[in-house]
Design a protein around this ligand. Structure first.
Ligand code: X8Z
Ligand code: ZN
Length: 618
């Protein structure tokens, strides 16, 4: 997508860094300082009608620019060449200039009395961009060149390993599969060292974008990002801490249990029992999902759970068939099938012979029906879930297409990230039997194993999801400097995740840059919110179908009632404050981690029992 105007949204689409916004009037930039423009307008005394006309013009221009931009960025991300990069950088600069121009112009209406709904649209205009440039000559161009370069540098990055050149997406596979600590450390270190090439660009980008944010009236980019949640920025940060406090006890028990298992496998030299875990041993480049460790961490003596990975491979699943299966879940709820163009235009597998951005994304090219995904799908359980995640974005995009341009977005960006994941929580053994992937669902004796597999993925993710932006917030605010930035990164990772790097990281390292969303400037708190919200949504859906069993065994596959209520929330887009949307589907107005605690309650009891007498913590 590359949609625009809402910082929140840009994320879905992994835009080249700047969130797009739209508007495409061909006017020459007047470069009038924002404040001067505001003074002139105030003297002229804009009216409510002026305000309405302004928003109508912004929306009309955005709609056109968004679509043009989506096509240009799609062309670049599915075929990275000097030409497509140049076009993307130009497009990105054009969008940034337009977004900044609109945001500055919107200040003229600060004193106009207007209905709350219109005022929210003004807030969105001010928030329409992930990385603003200042309006001085040349700034937007420099920023666009940097962000485009960062985008490509990440996705075309490669390492040398065992005599071969390994592209970025395959480094992720190696981290899942390797079990030799020395080799894991090598792949991990080489990929993290690759990020050093992006370091100088990244910090220059921070300077420019902060200057842009200040021009728009924010203290820095971090404050701007925290301002998009229908509450004051500081209250939002406190809200994320509150949610983390709810789920942290579960993470701490999981950490303790996994450390014991890894210690038994690798020995005390590699996994000492009183230290943070080595980040490269957890099955994932960023230690954000530990699901590949299931064979090491499975509860001893527990009945076999379900090996979805093996089932997909045994049944001869293909990337296309997996995508069809994911779509079939949505249609089982009564939602329309994806349009034919989805199948014609999506990039479902990595194309041969050209460089692409492999990190999964969902696109909404025309704000109508031209929705697509871009993935380098492999046949494994992780990508099967990611397909549901991406289709969740596409179904959301299509549901809110009737809203006006500025209201086409998630209720907040966490909602957008949560929809497909909420659906994927319904991939229970019983569901797999229903769709013919599994012959027979295991009985309750498999529950701890099933919950463990899920927790290794979802509970392990929680602190990582929180710290990526905690780090960026600190960097944007100046609390961290380029010199202290890497140390600050590991301070957060150690404090929240309890992990440490496998090799010494000097101050010249740029380890956050090894994660897609950093060089690509996709805010990350949305995934933390989504991790909380998806279980809240799932529990609400299970309540709607009258589910009585343990929460984790519920699948709402086939429920038209859930589909109808879900669609009602999706159709709202971002037209109303997010608590209204939350209430429409769940009956509550607060984000709440207690559904997670309910879901994992049997596992929590098991973990406590297993950890009894152990020294937990780090
Ligand atoms: O980036 C994504 C999606 C695209 S919005 C594939 N996710 C985060 C990540 O990969 O780090 C989904 C979960 C978290
Ligand atoms: Zn997503």
């Amino acid at each position: 997508m590359k949609k625009p105007m809402r910082a929140a949204m840009a994320a879905l689409l992994s835009v080249s860094a700047v969130a797009l916004i739209a508007g495409c009037g061909k006017k020459e930039k007047t470069a009038a300082p924002a404040d001067a423009a505001a003074t002139v307008a105030e003297e002229a005394g804009p009216t409510l009608e002026d305000a309405q006309a302004f928003v109508a013009r912004v929306e009309a221009e955005m709609a056109v620019l968004n679509e043009r931009a989506a096509n240009v960025f799609w062309a670049q991300e599915t075929n990275i060449t000097p030409e497509t990069e140049k076009a993307a950088a130009e497009m990105s600069a054009e969008i940034t200039k337009k977004a900044v121009e609109f945001a500055n112009e919107s200040k003229n209406f600060a004193n106009v009395e207007m209905p709350a709904e219109l005022r929210r649209k003004f807030d969105k205009v001010r928030q329409s961009i992930v990385l603003p440039a200042p309006s001085r000559e040349g700034a937007a161009d420099e920023l666009a060149q940097i962000t485009t370069r960062l985008n490509s540098a990440y996705s075309t990055g490669k390492i040398e390993f065992e005599g071969r050149t390994v592209p970025q997406d395959e480094t992720e596979i190696l981290m899942r599969q390797l079990r030799d600590p020395a080799k894991l450390a090598e792949v991990w270190t080489k990929w993290h060292d690759h990020a050093k090439t992006m370091r100088a660009d990244y910090f220059r980008m921070v300077e420019i974008a902060n200057e842009g944010a200040r021009e728009l009236g924010y203290s820095d980019v971090g404050q701007m990002w925290r301002s998009g949640y229908d509450m004051p920025a500081d209250a939002f940060a406190a809200e994320t801490d509150r949610l983390w406090g709810q789920v942290k006890p579960l993470y701490d028990e999981l950490h303790c249990y996994v450390r014991t298992k890894l210690n038994a496998k690798y020995g005390a030299d590699v996994v000492p029992l009183d230290q943070p875990l080595r980040a490269d041993l957890l099955g994932n480049m960023w230690a954000q999902s530990w699901a590949p460790l299931y064979d090491i961490a499975k509860p001893s003596g527990a009945a076999a759970g379900v090996d979805l990975d093996a089932l997909l491979k045994a049944k001869g699943a293909t990337p296309e068939s997996m995508t069809k299966t994911a779509e079939a879940f949505f249609t089982s709820l009564g939602l329309d099938p994806l349009p034919a163009t989805f199948w014609e235009r999506s990039q479902i597998v990595k194309p041969e012979g050209r460089e692409v951005v492999c990190h999964a994304s969902a696109w909404n090219i025309d704000d109508k029906d031209d929705v697509r995904i871009k993935m380098c799908t492999k046949v494994n359980d992780d990508d099967f879930r990611t397909l549901h995640h991406e289709l969740g974005h596409n179904y959301y995009q299509r549901a809110y297409k009737a809203q006006s341009t500025l209201d086409r977005g998630g209720a907040n960006d966490g909602f957008h990230e949560a929809i497909g994941d909420m659906i994927a929580l319904s991939i229970t053994p019983e569901y797999l039997v229903q769709i013919g992937l599994l012959d027979k669902a295991p009985d309750a004796s498999a529950d701890i194993g099933l919950l463990m597999a899920q927790a290794l993925d979802k509970v392990a993710f929680l602190p990582f999801a929180l710290i990526v932006d905690k780090w960026r917030w600190q960097l944007f605010s100046g609390e961290l400097t380029p010199e202290t930035s890497n140390e600050g990164w590991w301070k957060l990772r150690t404090q929240y995740q309890g992990v440490r790097p496998p090799t010494e990281r000097g101050p010249d390292a740029f380890d956050p840059g090894a994660k897609y969303h950093v060089p690509n400037n996709t805010p990350y708190t949305r995934y933390f919110l989504a991790a909380i919200l998806q279980v809240q949504f799932y529990k609400a859906a299970c309540d709607q179908i009258g589910w009585q069993g343990p929460l984790h065994r519920c699948s709402f596959y086939g429920s038209k009632e859930v589909g109808e209520k879900l669609n009602a929330m999706l159709e709202m887009g971002s037209a109303k404050p997010w608590p209204d949307a939350l209430e429409a589907f769940t009956g509550t107005r607060q984000m709440d981690g207690s559904a997670i605690l309910e879901y994992y309650a049997p596992l929590m009891a098991y973990l406590k029992e297993q950890n009894a007498g152990k020294t937990c913590g780090w």
